[in-house]
Design a binder for this molecule. Structure first.
Ligand code: PEP
Ligand code: MG
Length: 892
């Protein structure tokens, strides 16, 4: 059936030997719908259903949240298909068909959108369900779950009202668990739930199953645009206009007694990547019971159960036949998808049903192991293995872990839900976490359990700790996806969110206290525990070697201390692309000489202060050359506006006045003189070298003296590249280059040796990009300073942008923050022009990028495309850049 006007098909059926979606077009059917169709097409047991496409979502919004008439017939056909396969009828009072209605976007957004289960129950069909299932209790429990979910999702009623009624009912009866509720108890509760609905809505709970269905379908489409879904998309760079599909599928029940069960599983361990089945299940339960973290799930395999020292039987032990069937499905799925799968299944009275499969989210460590293992198993080739890894995910492995030798004051233990260690102040709600994090504080978000409403706080936190929930709880899944360390299910914790206290073992922590969590082993510790630097080894190193074999771009690091240079080299940096010399000036022992230089009244005064800085800079450079032996080191001469070095606080002025033996007033006057309205466009960059040549002279001298000394002592010649910042005209580069060349000559004469060096410039002004042909006649290399180039091309101050850029991204004005990911359309053009004109006038000119974009995979892809020689990123981003560069090469 198709829309008569547009001939567009919106409904695609699957199950019972049908798979209209064929091999699964995710753009059309969403991830869940596409995979259901695909599973059906390879003969796996999927309950029959149909998918309403994402195109319908787009149309639904375009038409003011309304459906076209043609959809009615298509949905009716879909329902008829399910009826035909199951032999049940929708709304039948004797043997009713029940369906689930679930969202399913192209890119999975776990828990962000809505779901309705058990749809099709009403006052009459519930009786039919009781008879056919021979389980009255189950039927009434299903009905109350349905009312509760439908009221929340479709009618917007507060689910707390229903929870409260249930709690009171249990209290009245003296029950502790839901399992103690009898059929009559549920029946009575259904009556109360209906009263709540009538009171709150002034309208009875809908009894017509078709009305129920349309209500749920519309609600799921609408849930695409709820706040938490929007936030999730923003955080994960998912476009807002792709829409979700809706899947309507026959219900199967994991809560039909002791031969029924429901669970989630991964075909490999999503934390470690180990090739071992991994998962959790519950007997006599519905799917949401497993993920909601309300009942503690049981292990899938005997080995996992034994390793955890848990008592309740694993699925392998409790239902060995089903386990055998399930693991066979795992193998089929891995062979088919050639990747690790995350699966939801239900066993209804001994019969296994697959409810979902998708590519499993995994930690970075697991991602690497799975990629390397699958290549070894011959499931994928090396190229596919490389393309499989999200470069940004490596970030998780590039952060410190807890020092195993440091003392730990362990206060509790939970599950190692997401690896990595984090320390921070205790914080009890997501909004506060976000606020404190915005002020630069590290916080650990501590919750009984998290819900999708907490997503912004989880993102802002450095770590997440929950008292309840298993390895597949919301907290665990989301934290792993975000790469946040997480300890879940630390049951000993008593969290009082109102009083803002955390009590454990007789000790109480409030929001000023610092705790540490280790998501690798589940420990929770009082105070801050020291950390160790990460290492590049094992599967990580293997994959990096494969990446290096493929990439064309070289990868350098932005580093200005010997320590950073060493780290960068260990992570595979092939040189330094940007050494910001000013960072050395902030050192406690030097800042006063820098200030003396700035405040000096004349050249003589400046030279006196610079003389104090010379040996310091020289020794820094020597150490960096030593670390980077054999590799190029690009040193940028002084760039920032001078006011950045001046005191801000009164006490600092007083101290400096004493040190320099001048009056505080005089100092302040001088500071006022230096004040600029737009310092980023003011007296900075090469403009400093032009007005105060003695500064660049000193820096050039420090570089060449250090280079000569290092060569003399080690025998290896350093490869210095002297870089002039913020050049806009050829003449600026000529004047500053002349200083550098003159000093080089002087130093080489004094030292009696010569070192090969290059002089080049940053391209960080639009004029420089346009005039690159001329500038290249003077400079031997260009390094794109895309932080400033973005700022100057867009006319957006990099220091003030955060106030409004969030809105800009939200409104789609820029797809991503242009200071994070290069504005290829605009700034990218300037780069292309500069590359072309620069190469034309100096073939073989060395070209690199050293703005923050040098560590951003999408920007790296652009750099590869326009043919730069290298990218330069912060040391911890070097492996990310190596992988992204390989992926860029594979994509070309
Ligand atoms: C740049 O502008 O991109 C750059 C690398 O220099 P800085 O960030 O120091 O201005
Ligand atoms: Mg700059």
């Amino acid at each position: 059936m198709t829309d008569a006007q547009t001939a567009t098909q919106y409904v695609y059926r699957f199950g019972g030997g049908t798979a209209e979606g064929g091999t699964g077009d995710k753009n059309l059917l969403g991830g869940k719908g596409a995979n259901l169709a695909e599973m059906a097409s390879i003969g796996l047991p999927v309950p029959p259903g149909f998918t309403i496409s994402t195109e319908m979502c787009t149309r639904f919004y375009a038409e003011g949240e309304a459906f076209p008439d043609s959809l009615t017939g298509e949905v009716a056909d879909g329902v008829a298909h399910i009826e035909q396969v199951t032999g049940k009828r929708f709304g039948d009072v004797n043997d009713p068909l029940l369906v689930s209605v679930r969202s399913g976007a192209r890119i999975s957004m776990p828990g962000m959108m809505d779901t309705v289960l058990n749809l099709g129950l009403n006052d009459e069909t519930v009786e039919g369900l009781a008879r056919i299932s021979e389980d009255e209790r189950f039927a009434w429990d299903s009905y109350r779950r349905f009312i509760q979910m439908y009221s929340d999702v479709v009618m917007g009623l507060d689910h707390g009202l229903f929870e409260e009624a249930l709690e009171i009912a249990k209290e009245d009866k003296g029950y502790f668990n839901d399992t103690e509720m009898s059929a009559d108890d549920w029946k009575a509760l259904v009556g109360q739930f209906k009263t709540i609905v009538a009171d709150e809505r002034g309208d009875a709970f809908p009894q017509d199953v078709h009305d129920q269905l349309w209500g749920a379908v519309a609600a799921v489409f609408k849930s695409w645009n709820v706040e938490r879904a929007r936030v999730y998309r923003r955080i994960n760079d998912i476009p807002h206009d792709i829409g979700t599909a809706v899947n309507v599928q026959a219900m199967v029940f994991g809560n039909m007694g002791e031969t029924s069960a429901t669970g989630v599983a991964f075909t490999r361990d999503p934390s470690t990547g180990e090739h071992a089945y991994y998962g959790e299940y519950l007997i006599n339960a519905q799917g949401e019971d497993v993920v909601a973290g309300i009942r503690t799930p049981q292990y899938l395999t005997k080995a996992a159960r034994e390793a955890a020292g848990a008592k309740p039987l694993s699925l392998e032990e409790a239902m060995p036949d089903t386990f055998g069937e399930l693991t066979a499905v795992f193998e089929t799925l891995e062979q088919h998808y050639k990747d690790m799968q995350d699966i939801e299944f239900t066993v209804e009275r001994g019969k296994l049903w697959m409810l979902q499969t998708r590519t499993g989210k995994r930690t970075a460590k697991a991602a690497l192991k799975i990629a390397v293992d699958m290549a070894a198993e011959g499931l994928v080739d090396r190229k596919a293995a490389i393309l499989r890894i999200d470069p940004m995910q490596l970030d998780q492995l590039l952060h410190p872990t807890l020092d195993p030798d440091a003392p730990r004051d362990v206060i509790a233990r939970g599950l190692p839900a997401s690896p990595g260690a984090a320390s921070g102040t205790v914080c009890f709600d997501a909004d506060t976490a976000e606020r404190l994090a915005a002020n630069g504080e590290s916080v650990i978000l501590v919750r009984v359990e998290t819900s999708p409403e907490d997503i912004h706080g989880m993102h802002a936190a450095t770590g997440i700790l929950t008292a309840r929930g298993g390895m597949t709880s919301h907290a665990a899944v989301v934290a792993r996806g975000m790469g946040r360390p997480c300890v879940s299910g630390a049951g000993e914790l008593r969290i009082d969110a109102r009083a803002r206290t955390l009590t454990v073992g007789g000790r109480t922590f409030d929001q000023d206290d610092v705790i540490t969590i280790d998501g690798g082993n589940g420990q929770v510790m009082a105070g801050r525990v020291p950390t160790l630097q990460p290492e590049l080894a094992g599967d990580f190193a293997t994959l990096m070697e494969w990446a290096d074999d493929l990439r064309g771009l070289k990868v350098r690091a932005n580093a200005e201390t010997p320590h950073d240079a060493k780290t960068a080299r260990e992570f595979g940096a092939e040189g330094i692309g940007l050494c910001r010399t000013e960072h050395m000036f902030f050192d406690a022992g030097r800042i006063s000489a820098v200030r003396q230089m700035i405040l000096a009244q004349n050249e003589e005064g400046r030279r006196a202060a610079l003389a104090k800085l010379l040996p310091e800079q020289r020794s820094d450079f020597a150490a960096i050359f030593g670390e980077m032996a054999g590799l190029p080191v690009t040193i940028r001469l002084l760039d920032p506006p001078l006011h950045e070095f001046l005191p801000r606080e009164e006490a600092e002025f007083v101290g400096l006045a004493q040190e320099l033996d001048v009056s505080v007033d005089m100092l302040k006057r001088r500071a006022d003189d230096l004040h600029e309205f737009n310092p980023m466009l003011g007296h900075r960059g090469c403009r400093l070298g032009i007005t105060y040549p003695e500064i660049y002279e000193m820096q050039a001298r420090a570089i060449f003296e250090a280079a000569c000394d290092v060569e003399a002592s080690s025998g290896a010649a350093p490869l210095p590249e002297v870089m002039i910042p913020l050049v806009g005209t050829r003449r600026e580069l000529e004047i500053t280059r002349e200083i550098v060349d003159r000093v080089a000559k002087e130093v080489f004469a004094e030292k009696g040796r010569e070192i090969a060096y290059l002089v080049g410039t940053m391209i960080e002004l639009p004029r420089a990009a346009l005039m690159a042909g001329e500038i290249a006649e003077v400079g031997e290399f260009f390094s794109f300073g895309t932080n400033d180039l973005t700022q100057t091309a867009l006319g957006v101050s990099r220091d003030d942008a955060s106030r409004f850029l969030g809105d800009y991204v939200e409104k789609g004005i820029y797809a991503r923050d242009p200071f994070v990911s290069l504005d290829v359309a605009g700034v990218g053009q300037l780069i292309e022009i500069a590359v072309e004109r620069g190469r034309e006038s100096r073939p073989g000119i060395k070209l690199g990028i050293c703005g923050e974009h040098g560590g951003d995979p999408a920007s790296i892809a652009f750099c590869a495309k326009v043919g730069l020689d290298y990218v330069s990123a912060s040391p911890y981003r070097v492996p990310i850049a190596r992988l992204a560069a390989a992926q860029a090469a594979l994509a070309s």
